[in-house]
Ligand binder design. Sequence first.
Ligand SMILES: Nc1ncnc2c1ncn2[C@@H]1O[C@H](COP(=O)(O)OP(=O)(O)OP(=O)(O)O)[C@@H](O)[C@H]1O
Length: 224
Amino acid sequence: MSGAPLLNATDLYRFYQVGDDETRALRGVSLELQPGELTVLLGSSGSGKSTLLACLAGLDDPDGGWIELGGERLSRQPEARRARLRAAHLGVMLQSGNLIPHLTVLDNALLTGSLLGRRDDVRARELLGRVGLAPHLHAYPAQLSGGETARAALVAALAHDPRILLADEPTAEVDADTEDRVTDVIGEFVHGQGRAALIATHSQRLAGRADRVLYLKDGRWADA
Ligand SMILES: Nc1ncnc2c1ncn2[C@@H]1O[C@H](COP(=O)(O)OP(=O)(O)OP(=O)(O)O)[C@@H](O)[C@H]1O
């Protein structure tokens, strides 16, 4: 792949201090995300995947290193600026807390697009249908199963058509058929629309569709 990356992270460090203990969750991680590239992030529990995604999403700030998004610096910026950059460039799906509890599945999917002034009902309904949530458009998050919640969150991250998807285990708690559908939606987003995605997953199906597989071990890149 060539050309300017959509996202550029250089030498990221993130340390957590709990009492006298320090966890070094990221230790010098660099990464570029290019358009048309599906990157899968693998690593055992505690290897730093969620920490990396949170930093790249501007939801957490690295202790060292820097992140550029669309040519603008994301790291070490006030929260309001990070939020603006996040909305302009990213679709983010974390392991929890993605959906607004008092909005329906459909309204959650429409929210970011509405805030950006480009609400797209057709795209939101189509994506929800493709991941098998057509019967649940008007359900509230508390009425969904774990797998349905993950799929609703994935659509909420994709419906405003971001340039980059950052997703943490989008196929957790789903059967093989549904996993295929979710994988198809992500594949179409990246390869059909020329977007970029970084997906933390344990799914071999998703890893099998990736253009690039990265392994994190103890907060550093490692060989498979
Ligand atoms: N808020 C926090 N405070 C203290 N330590 C944390 C915090 N968040 C993460 N950690 C620690 O940082 C390390 C990396 O955690 P992280 O959640 O990024 O791993 P992960 O690869 O996403 O794991 P999983 O696959 O279980 O989600 C772990 O040792 C974890 O205990």
